[in-house]
Design a protein around this ligand. Structure first.
Ligand code: NDP
Length: 485
C-alpha cells in the first residue's frame, strides 16, 4: 500500500468529520499483514474540549425529545448499519485481524442489536413508586448531561455501541473514544450517524491515545460520567482520576475466567466444541474467554486428549478466508505479550500440549502476528500463568478432585468476570454457580447473551453493571419525590 492509498480518519465533532486541531496522526496497522493501512487522529485536549462543548450545546434539545423520538434516531442508525453490514464486517476484520466470518456473524450484527435493543428498552424504562399510608414516593430519572464512553480494541464496534446506545437512549449526549488500535468502524459509524440525521453534537467521536485523548476526556469538567471497558490497569488509572471529582463511573475490566468441567458433564461433540470456542474465539481476545479449564480428575486424561485433538484441528490463517478459525492477534505489542506469557509458562515448568508457536501464513500474511492455539498443563493455580490475564490463544488445564476444590480453584484469582460450569447434575450446577466469585456464570453453555441481563464483574474485573435496565440506570440520575397524602 502506498502513502496515497492510506486511509485518513477524522474525528466526528458537532455533526461533521473534522481533522485533529494539531494535525497529528497515529499509524493504524492491519494485523494480518503488519502494514500500516490508515492514520487516525492523535487528538488532544483542544479536540476533546470542542467535542464536549458541542455535546453540551446539543444536550437540552436531545434530552427534551421524547423517548420515542430518541429511539427513532437509534433505529435509523441501526437500519443503516444493517444495510452496510458487509462493508463494516470487512473493515472490522481488517482492523483487528479477526476472521471475517466472525465479524460478519458476531461483531456487526451485535452492534446493530445493541442499537435496536436500547431503542426499544428506553420506551419501556419505568420508574419506581413506593406507597405508605400517608405518603407516595415516586422516582424521576433524568439524563446526566454529557457522558464519556471509552472502549477497547477486541470487539471494537460491538463494545462501542454497547455504551453509546444506552447513553443516547437515556437522553445524554456523548463524547466517545474508541481504541486507537482499532478506530476504523467507529470512524465509519460517524458517516452513518450523518446519513441517519442524528442532530449535531449528540454523539461526538474523538480518536487518539488513551494517555492523551482518553485522559483529557475523563478530566474534562463537562463530562458527568464515564463508562469504560478495558484493562484493569487502565481502570485503576481512570478510577483514581475520577474519585476526587465525584464523577459516576462504570468499569468493565479484565478476566481470568474458569471453565469448570465435572465428570458427569454431557461429553458431546457440540459441548466440547463450545469449550474450545470459549477458550479460543477471537484468538482468545474476548474478556469472557474461558482460559483456565478445570477438569475433574477422573475424566482429566480423556478430556485432555479430546480437547487437545480439537484444538490442533483449528485452522489459523488469513482472516479473509472462510476456512480460518483464528486470525492474527491485534498488534505486534500484543503478539510479543502473548508469546512472552507462553515463554513464562515454560519457565514456570508448564508443559505445552499443543501450539505455543508463531504461525507463518503464506501469501499476503507472511511474517505476521499469528499464534497457534496453545494448551498448557502442569501449573497450579498460584502460578503467574494461571493468575495473569494473557488475552490471547492460550488456555491451561488443571485437575480437581471435588466440588469444593473446583470452587476454590475457580475463585483463586484477583478477577471475577465470567465462568462456565459443565455438569448434568442440576443441584450441583446451582450450588457451584452461586458460590463462584463471578459476575456471570453460564451453565452448560458459553456466551449466550440476553441483552436484558446484568453484565459485569466482581473483584478486579469491574465496578457496576451494564446491560438492560442496569445501563439505563447508570446513565440517569434518580430523584425521589415524596408526596404527603
Ligand atoms: P486498555 O485498558 O489498554 O484500553 C481501553 C481503552 O481505554 C482504550 O480506548 C484506551 O485507549 C483507553 N485508555 C487508556 N488509558 C487511558 C486513560 N488514562 N484515560 C482514559 N482512557 C484510557 O485495554 P485494551 O484496549 O488493551 O483492551 C483489552 C482489555 O479490555 C482486556 O483486559 C480485557 O479483559 C478488557 N475487556 C473487558 C471487557 C469487559 O466487559 N469486562 C470486554 C472487553 C475487553 P488506547 O487504546 O487508544 O490507548
Amino acid at each position: 500500500m502506498t502513502a496515497a492509498d492510506t486511509l485518513v480518519l477524522a474525528n466526528f465533532i458537532d455533526g461533521v468529520l473534522a481533522p485533529p486541531r494539531a494535525a497529528r496522526y497515529l499509524d493504524v496497522f492491519e494485523p494480518a499483514t503488519g502494514a500500516v493501512f490508515a492514520r487516525c487522529p492523535d487528538s488532544d485536549a483542544a479536540d476533546i474540549d470542542a467535542a464536549a462543548q458541542a455535546a453540551q450545546r446539543a444536550f437540552p434539545a436531545w434530552s427534551a425529545l421524547s423517548a420515542d423520538e430518541r429511539a427513532g434516531h437509534l433505529q435509523r442508525i441501526a437500519n443503516l448499519l444493517h444495510e452496510r453490514l458487509e462493508e463494516f464486517a470487512l473493515a472490522e476484520s481488517r482492523d483487528t485481524g479477526k476472521p471475517l466470518t466472525l465479524a460478519r456473524s458476531l461483531d456487526i450484527p451485535r452492534a446493530v442489536s445493541n442499537l435496536r435493543f436500547f431503542a426499544a428498552a428506553i420506551t419501556q424504562f419505568a420508574s419506581e413508586t413506593h406507597a405508605t399510608s400517608d405518603s407516595l414516593n415516586y422516582t424521576l430519572r433524568a439524563p446526566l448531561g454529557v457522558v464519556g464512553c471509552i472502549s477497547p480494541w477486541n470487539l471494537p464496534l460491538y463494545l462501542f455501541t454497547w455504551k453509546i446506545a444506552p447513553a443516547l437512549a437515556a437522553g445524554n449526549t456523548v463524547v466517545a473514544k474508541p481504541s486507537e488500535i482499532t478506530p476504523l468502524t467507529a470512524f465509519m459509524l460517524a458517516q452513518v450517524c450523518i446519513d441517519a440525521g442524528l442532530p449535531p453534537g449528540v454523539l461526538n467521536i474523538v480518536h487518539g491515545s488513551g494517555a492523551a485523548t482518553g485522559q483529557a476526556l475523563i478530566e474534562h469538567p463537562a463530562i458527568k460520567a464515564v463508562s469504560f471497558t478495558g484493562s484493569t490497569r487502565t481502570g485503576v488509572a481512570i478510577a483514581s482520576t475520577l474519585a476526587p471529582k465525584f464523577k459516576k463511573v462504570s468499569l468493565e475490566m479484565g478476566g481470568k475466567n474458569a471453565t469448570v468441567v465435572f465428570a458427569d458433564w454431557d461429553a458431546s461433540e457440540a459441548n466440547l466444541a463450545t469449550i474450545v470456542r470459549a477458550a479460543f474465539a477471537n484468538q482468545g481476545q474476548i474478556c469472557l474467554c474461558g482460559s483456565r479449564i478445570l477438569v475433574e480428575r477422573s475424566i482429566y486424561d480423556r478430556f485432555k486428549s479430546a480437547f487437545v485433538e480439537k484444538v490442533r484441528a483449528l485452522r489459523v490463517g488469513d482472516p479473509n478466508e472462510a476456512a480460518s478459525d483464528l486470525g492474527a492477534v491485534v498488534s505486534q505489542a500484543h503478539f510479543d505479550k502473548v508469546m512472552g506469557h507462553i515463554a513464562l509458562a515454560r519457565e514456570e515448568g508448564g508443559h505445552v500440549l499443543c501450539g505455543g508457536e508463531q504461525v507463518r501464513v503464506d501469501g499476503r500474511c507472511a511474517d505476521d502476528w499469528f499464534i497457534t492455539p496453545t494448551v498448557i498443563e502442569g501449573l497450579g493455580a498460584a502460578y503467574r500463568t494461571n493468575q495473569e490475564e494473557i488475552f490471547g490463544p492460550v488456555a491451561t488445564l488443571i485437575a480437581f478432585d471435588n466440588d469444593e476444590e473446583a470452587i476454590a480453584l475457580a475463585n483463586a484469582t484477583r478477577y471475577g468476570l465470567a465462568a462456565s460450569v459443565w455438569t448434568s447434575n442440576l443441584s450441583r450446577a446451582h450450588r457451584v454457580g452461586a458460590q463462584l466469585e463471578s459476575g456471570i456464570v453460564w451453565i452448560n453453555c458459553w456466551l449466550r447473551r440476553d441483552l436484558r441481563t446484568p453484565f459485569g464483574g466482581v473483584k478486579d474485573s469491574g465496578v457496576g453493571r451494564e446491560g438492560g435496565v442496569e445501563a439505563l440506570r447508570f446513565f440517569t440520575e434518580a430523584k425521589n419525590i415524596c408526596v404527603a397524602l
